[in-house]
Design a protein around this ligand. Structure first.
Ligand SMILES: Cc1cc2nc3c(=O)[nH]c(=O)nc-3n(C[C@H](O)[C@H](O)[C@H](O)COP(=O)(O)O)c2cc1C
Length: 182
């Protein structure tokens, strides 16, 4: 696919098959995160441990329910809703709290998402996993991730083979938000 076709094909996938992601392809996909524009440190953590993914999922769900954010509370109340959508791989992007961590990790994420799309995998960009790190499990979870000192998860990406979509995306609006100044 050309880069334009990859961008056109990308969409948020919220249902995954119970199938591993090929190790070689996964490595190729996550390595692209290192090639994005960046201004500062960040860490790409590739989680394939089902127990850890389930733990982050469950804590994120609780975090959504307790967030006080109407949208998140409503999503979390959908029957059977799982914030990580049972994906076999969760990539967490982490950075120091100070600096451009959110931007560095977002740019790296888009590379990873587009590379995964090129190789036929579904993805969804996620902020909900960060909610798992707000409660009392925070320190234990951070230890399990083996992050550099002072780094905290900023966003995540679920990756896997697309399943039957059950949870709809909020409608993507086609807003006319490009203007040209000549
Ligand atoms: C900052 C940000 C945070 C997001 N967090 C989540 C999330 O936690 N869970 C989720 O299912 N989708 C999340 N999304 C995906 C958006 O819902 C999705 O990209 C948008 O609805 C457009 O749909 P599309 O990706 O299929 O084009 C997030 C997107 C962005 C940019």
């Amino acid at each position: 696919m050309s880069v334009f076709e990859v961008i056109e094909n990308r969409k948020s996938v919220r249902s995954y098959l119970d199938e591993e992601v090929n190790e070689e392809e996964l490595k190729k996909i996550v390595e692209t995160g290192k090639k994005a524009p960046q201004a500062g440190e960040f860490q790409i953590t590739v989680i394939q441990n089902k127990n850890l993914i389930a733990k982050i999922n469950d804590l994120a769900l609780t975090g959504m329910k307790n967030s006080g954010n109407d949208f998140l509370v409503e999503r979390a109340s959908i029957e059977g809703y799982q914030p990580l959508y049972n994906a076999p791989v969760l990539v967490l992007l982490s950075a120091p709290e100070e600096g451009h961590g959110d931007i560095n990790t977002a740019l790296a994420s888009e590379n990873i998402i587009l590379a995964a799309t090129e190789l036929g995998y579904g993805t969804v960009y996620l902020v909900t996993p960060t909610l798992a790190f707000l409660g009392e499990e925070r320190e234990g979870l951070l230890k399990e991730l083996n992050l550099p000192n002072g780094f905290i998860p900023v966003n995540g990406i679920a990756i896997g083979k697309e399943g039957v979509e059950t949870i709809q995306s909020p409608p993507a609006e086609d807003i006319d938000n490009i203007n040209y100044v000549k």
